[in-house]
Design a binder for this molecule. Structure first.
Ligand code: ME8
Length: 649
């Protein structure tokens, strides 16, 4: 079974120096002729040669993928965490000692959610968007980006909020304060990173420092936001893009949106919301029509990157191609909003007020300040498909008008129904995320919402499915793998420590000892290493469901490995092989748990604690670093205990 020879893998990356050599020979032959013929200068020649030379030098290691667990030296990790111990790592000298080339620091990343209306408490729809943004942000931080800012908040102005407050006999401010607190509380309940909490009096200085610049929460009733809206208005006005007129048309209070006659379906808004006729109300207008050409050009040139999923781009294009009217951007019939600068009889239209939220915390209009310079423009703005028009049409037009850079991407995810029905207060089926988290734990909610539907598509929520799916993925599969593997280490390995094992680099031909790994071990370890590259590409495309599904696949593979290798039997027949298998399982659980952190931070953290993996080792770069040799596992406790399945009705 045991392989005594080096595992040789051939990838396209191994061929790079050969290809470079291949292209170098004809270049050497032809260059003097070209130089003569085209009177080229020598600098140009050097430029042409540069990529080839770099392929022979540092460039080779830079473009090679981090090859499997066997490649890296254990010593490169600091083992100073409290769980690790001072056991010498005798196998570490066998690993490659080459230092990876220094990469430039990654650019800061700004991720946003919509700001939510406070006319009702948060539900799972809001939780969904916020979770997706947190998964993305956590992923980038674990990938080594120290500057990732997530922004969420509450949208507190407008007729709808004003009417709801009145119906409850509350003043507007009193009402919005209460609901906004719930939305802020949701961030903590969902374990959004940074929410535990820089502003809390009880937070230690270390926590405050750790959470600094990770999370911002905007309220449209706060002074900094109102100042930002006024600044946006003044800038548009100064450019001659706002004028006063008279508005007549259909308005849906529920959507806080104007609709053209032609958009109505059976007398209702296309969203199904009731519309009321607004007769000749004095209003300011933003010259949206002037941006039609530039918007269409944006969709043509960069639409596939700007709007995702790609299928939604067509509806955006069609709307703009249908012709853009100037946008009514102020109201006089109520006053719960930001006053129009210079004309206090008007309040700013709630959507202009709301869209400006993305500029508030980066300090607009002071675009020279550090935060703006660092984080603008947003890398990814996540919204529901209901508000794509605002974010893919009005928002870029406003930014063009303000001469500000556009976000890299607006991602519109799908819609959740509940047991096949639209969520609504009147039906009484609104799912309260606090209740759900209290009942099942935050990780199950996070896992289910992220894995159940393709991100971008619609989903249907049912408690039965949540329990069933998370029992399968988290209890039976991951939890079981962790429990049985760590128990065996705890009970059978000396001192409950992970054994030292020779992990081995295929590129380390000068190694003075043979790998103790079998092909089966290597296959599993490679699958974990592949997670790192695959999940990176999923995140770049916001394919969050694929991220979770690949994790499920690798954990399934690891459970098959346990059955095949049967360490419980090896205990009696080949103790050393049992040790190797358990060490492999330890590294696999460690790698998988790191990749799981963005999705299920609670349970994955507990597992990494049990393994004795220090905070500084919880990063994607560390996944392939086999580092557990000599470390003692904590007495294993169950994570994700099974929940009784809910009976069919
Ligand atoms: O539109 N399924 O706020 P809002 C999935 N204030 N996602 C859902 C959902 C569901 N059933 N219900 C809500 C507003 N969402 C404005 C936004 S931003 C400048 C202003 C999520 O409280 C989804 O992200 O109606 C949707 O776009 C957002 O909540 C709408 O929240």
């Amino acid at each position: 079974m045991k392989k005594s020879h080096t595992v040789v893998k051939c990838s396209p990356f191994h061929l790079t120096p050969l290809l470079a050599l291949w292209s170098f020979i004809p270049l050497c032959v032809c260059t003097p002729v070209w130089l003569h013929k085209f009177h080229c200068n020598i600098n140009l020649l050097m430029l042409m040669l540069l990529p080839i030379l770099s392929a022979f030098t540092g460039g080779v290691s830079f473009i090679r993928p981090a090859a499997a667990f066997r490649l890296r030296m254990t010593q490169t990790l600091s083992h100073s965490n409290s769980h690790s111990n001072s056991h010498s790592n005798s196998n570490s000298r066998l690993f490659s000692t080459s230092t990876p080339p220094t990469k430039p620091p990654p650019s800061p990343i700004f991720v946003t959610t919509p700001i939510y209306y406070v006319n009702g408490p948060p539900h799972i729809g809001h939780a969904y968007t916020t979770l997706a943004a947190d998964v993305l942000s956590r992923y980038h931080r674990l990938s080594g980006n120290p500057s990732v800012l997530l922004q969420s908040g509450t949208d507190e102005h407008g007729l709808k909020v004003s009417t709801t407050a009145a119906s409850l006999g509350l003043g507007e401010k009193e009402f919005v304060d209460g609901v906004s607190d719930k939305f802020r509380g949701l961030l903590a309940a969902l374990q959004v990173e940074g929410s535990a909490d820089s502003s809390q009096v009880t937070a230690t200085d270390k926590d405050k420092d750790k959470n600094k610049d990770k999370l911002e929460f905007v309220r449209t009733t706060d002074d900094d936001h109102k100042a930002c809206v006024s600044a946006v208005w003044k800038a548009l006005s100064a450019k001659g893009l706002i004028y006063k007129g008279v508005y007549s048309g259909w308005y849906a209070v529920r959507d806080e949106c104007f609709y053209n006659e032609g958009e109505l379906v059976d007398g209702l808004a296309p969203t199904g919301a009731e519309v009321v006729w607004t007769e000749k109300e004095e209003s300011y207008f933003f010259k949206l029509s002037e941006f039609e050409g530039r918007l269409l050009e944006l969709y043509e040139r960069n639409g596939g990157a700007f709007v995702r999923p790609a299928s939604r781009l067509n509806e955006v294009k069609a709307f703009v191609k249908g012709g853009l009217n100037d946008l009514s951007v102020s109201r006089t019939s109520f006053d719960w909003g930001v006053k129009v600068p210079g004309d206090e009889s008007h309040v700013v239209y709630v959507w202009i007020d709301a869209l400006a939220n993305y500029l508030t915390k980066v300090g607009y209009p002071n675009v020279e300040n550090d935060k703006f310079q660092k984080f603008w423009p947003p890398k990814c703005q996540i919204v529901g498909k209901d508000i794509l028009r605002f974010h893919a049409v009005y928002w870029p037009a406003l930014l063009m008008a303000l001469d500000l850079e556009l976000p890299e991407r607006v991602f519109a995810h799908g819609w959740w129904t509940v047991n096949g029905e639209k969520m609504s207060k009147s039906v009484g089926n609104v799912v309260d995320p606090f209740e759900l988290i209290g009942k099942f734990g935050v990780d199950r909610v996070r896992w289910f919402l992220m894995s159940e539907v393709g991100f971008g598509g619609d989903g249907d929520y049912s408690e039965k499915m949540l329990v069933r799916k998370t029992n399968t993925a988290l209890s039976n599969s991951y939890g079981n793998l962790v429990q049985r593997s760590l128990n065996m280490v705890y009970k059978n390995c000396e001192g409950g420590r992970f054994p030292e094992v020779v992990f081995y680099s295929d590129s380390d031909s000068d190694s003075d000892s043979s790998s103790e790994l079998t092909e089966n071990d290597v296959k599993l370890l490679d699958a974990v290493q592949n997670l790192v590259t695959d999940t990176h590409s999923f995140i770049e495309k916001q394919e969050l469901h694929k991220y979770v599904h690949e994790l499920e696949d690798v954990v399934r593979m690891a459970n098959v490995y346990v059955e095949e290798e049967a360490p419980f039997k090896l205990k009696k027949t080949d103790f050393r092989r049992m040790e190797v298998v358990l060490r492999v399982l330890g590294e696999v659980i460690r790698g998988v748990s790191i990749v799981m952190l963005p999705v299920v931070p609670d349970g994955a953290t507990k597992v990494l604690d049990m393994l004795g993996v220090g905070e500084e080792e919880r990063c994607f770069r560390c996944v392939g670093e086999a580092c557990l040799g000599g470390r003692a596992v904590q007495k294993p406790v169950g994570v994700y205990m099974r929940i009784d399945e809910i009976e069919e009705e």
